[in-house]
Design a binder for this molecule. Structure first.
Ligand code: NZQ
Ligand code: ZN
Length: 391
């Protein structure tokens, strides 16, 4: 196991009606004037936003609101949010929604305290200062409710990039599994695919002797494989929703990723797809992961065979590569079974864009290193080959 430091101080309020605690928690964590940030309207339709406002009013917390965050959140609304927070003297940001809303809230939080362009953080500048951010989560997926990360798409050129920093860890996150019952089956499945991807990105490591985190990852993937079909069949299965919601947080607050190198190839390759085609991140990952894993399998067949045996129940008859491949196939079969796409066509991606996608993935808008991936270091040609495996 490698050396590490781990500080994940988010306070979690989990369970039915926990959104009623929003006002109390904002007060406890020092907010006096809140920006309520939300997406395209699901939280208005469900009545959640109204309940959160009531809770803030009851705690005598002032608020202003800014809705309209799109999936794959855009820079334009971030600039708007920064200006609004400065004008209104906002000192706390409460995101009510999914990963896109939370990530937009984080970007605004950093931008308010920064004299330059907030996009600098998405080109590699570490985030050291931000207004406090908290969340009321409505979809188990991105893990942003416990993570120090945010992913934003810059509208000029549709470049999608991430920024990180401890200042981005939410002060508190309210996780009420009931709020996820209104999700369409497709969004639920996209969330499950993303959660599983966050676990694989950490499983694919070059670090040795990492049994504890290996076993944690395996357990979480197994729970996802058990629970996801239950909520696809019955969207109101509270206990399955609850298990998935906590798995989504655990998959990405890095409890399972400490002390080991991580991969993130699938995410880097996927971000180009959701930037260009505006597809759901989890759907993109369902197409990307099997291709990346098949391409990289020979780097360490034993690692892929281990997860094949332990998670997917594949019998190892001594042929490690065959076992490894059977595990990748089992993963893809599972993703297809919950309604995820399996190739470029089903995702809405096009073969003619492969060179552009691979180039942007490796070089961004000019500041990329030309290489991608922590498990295997890939160059532009490899990334093109991986996109071709998705045709
Ligand atoms: O906008 P509204 O109307 O709220 O609708 C949303 C949106 O259309 C809808 N939705 C959310 N909760 C709902 C609901 N509909 C009905 N009932 C509910 N309870 O679902 C759609 C997707 O929402 P979004 O916030 O985009 O989903 P998700 O949480 O999957 O976030 C995806 C974004 O997170 C980024 C992705 O790249 C993508 O941009 N990621 C962020 C990470 C992080 N910050 O740590 C890590 C991830 O790897 C990921 O890259
Ligand atoms: Zn993800």
């Amino acid at each position: 196991m490698d050396n590490f430091s781990f500080y994940a101080p988010t306070y979690f309020a989990f369970g039915k009606n926990s959104e009623e605690r929003a006002g109390e928690l904002v007060k406890r964590f020092g907010g006096s004037k809140v920006l309520l940030h939300f997406g395209g309207g699901s939280v208005v339709r469900s009545g959640l936003l109204e309940r959160v406002k009531k809770s803030l009013d009851a705690a005598e917390i002032a608020w202003v609101e800014l809705g309209g965050v799109k999936p794959n959140p855009r820079s334009g609304l971030v600039y708007e949010g920064i200006a609004l927070c400065r004008k209104e003297g906002v000192d706390f940001i409460l995101a009510v929604g999914g990963g896109s809303t939370i990530d937009s809230a984080k970007a605004i939080a950093a931008g308010v305290l920064y004299d330059g362009d907030f996009w600098d953080f998405y080109e590699g500048k570490p985030v050291t200062k931000a207004l406090p951010v908290a969340t009321v989560l409505t979809i188990a997926a991105a893990g942003s409710e416990g993570s120090p990360d945010s992913v934003i798409t810059k509208e000029e050129g549709m470049i999608k990039r991430g920024a990180s920093g401890e200042a981005y860890r939410p002060r508190f996150s309210i996780l009420n599994p009931e709020l996820t019952c209104t999700l369409p089956a497709y969004q639920t499945a996209c969330g499950a695919s993303d959660i599983i991807a966050h676990l694989y990105e950490r499983y694919l490591t070059n670090s040795k002797d990492v049994q504890t985190t290996d076993r944690m990852i395996e357990a979480l993937i197994m729970a996802m494989v058990e629970e996801t079909p239950k909520v696809i069949a019955d969207p109101n299965d509270y206990q399955a929703r609850a298990n998935i919601m906590w798995a989504g947080m655990m998959a990405h607050n890095n409890s399972c990723g400490v002390g080991r190198s991580q991969d993130w190839t699938s995410h880097e390759i996927e971000h180009e797809l959701s930037a260009l085609y505006d597809c759901a991140h989890g759907a993109g990952l369902a197409v990307v992961m099997p291709a990346v894993f098949r391409y990289n399998m020979k780097h360490d067949p034993a690692r892929f065979a281990q997860i094949a045996e332990r998670v997917w129940g594949i019998k190892n008859n001594g042929d490690v590569e065959a076992t490894a491949l059977a595990g990748i196939e089992a993963l893809q079969k599972f993703l297809i079974s919950i309604g995820m796409p399996k190739n470029f066509e089903e995702l809405g991606a096009q073969e003619k864009d492969i060179e552009y996608l691979a180039h942007t993935c490796c070089y961004g808008d000019g500041n990329g290193s030309g290489r991608v991936g922590g498990f295997v270091s890939l160059e532009e040609k490899d990334v093109q080959n991986i996109y071709r495996l998705m045709l």
